[in-house]
Design a protein. Structure first.
Length: 107
């Protein structure tokens, strides 16, 4: 679920810069969505396509369909926030050509 999670200090997370993007994925071919970023404080991924997309927390060489975080079609989502902060590479793979929307925010 995508929402505004509260920081441990009780406030809403704040970001100085966010990049919104869309990635065209070629069926069966893994691709990097985000490079490692030490200043990442938030990221969200939304599958608006009609096929499952597998999100991989790591390099695309480790990607396999169905072996990662499955984003279901038509709105399946995953969020990186202060509760599960991950600053490494993020990759994705799908069985068919599709699009994945995402945003990455930095401190």
């Amino acid at each position: 679920m995508i929402n505004n999670t509260q920081e441990s200090s009780g406030g809403i997370g704040k970001f100085s810069n966010c990049t919104n993007a869309e990635k065209l994925l070629t069926g069966g071919v893994a691709d990097i969505l985000l490079n490692a970023n030490n200043t990442r404080s938030y990221a969200a991924f939304v599958n608006n396509s009609s096929v499952d997309i597998t999100l991989i927390l790591g390099d695309r060489t480790n990607a396999a369909i169905g072996k990662g975080i499955i984003l279901k079609p038509r709105g399946g989502s995953y969020e990186i926030n202060s509760n599960n902060l991950y600053i490494g590479k993020v990759s994705a793979i799908a069985t068919n050509n599709c699009k994945l929307s995402f945003v990455e925010c930095i401190e």
